[in-house]
Design a binder for this molecule. Sequence first.
Ligand SMILES: [Zn+2]
Length: 129
Amino acid sequence: MATEAKTALGKVVKMKCPHCGKGHLFANENAFSFSKLGQVKSECTECGTSFNPEPGFYFGAAYVSWGLTVAMWVAILVALKTLNALGVLEFGFLTHPKTFLITGIVFTVLLFPVLFKLSRSIWATSFIK
Ligand SMILES: [Zn+2]
């Protein structure tokens, strides 16, 4: 039995059907499996809502992905500055740019599958009713 997400935020985070909140949006539910990574099901298995209302529907999710990635880099910068203020790590944006770049690149590579799927889930939940 499929679990149900009732709020828009719950549907986005759990990657559920934007209409009923029960069916899963993606063909492969594991975010870290690269098999069928971004493949969205053609329709909801629970209510039949089409997840592909028009050709190229998910191209716009690239903008959402860009926004999520920028937000992640800003969060990394804030985290590094906080660690610096706490005395845990010596960090300054201009004095230690490699620390920021390496940390950002590592997080970008590690979280790419999650951000990719999350951006499509946000896009679908925003436009499929
Ligand atoms: Zn549904």
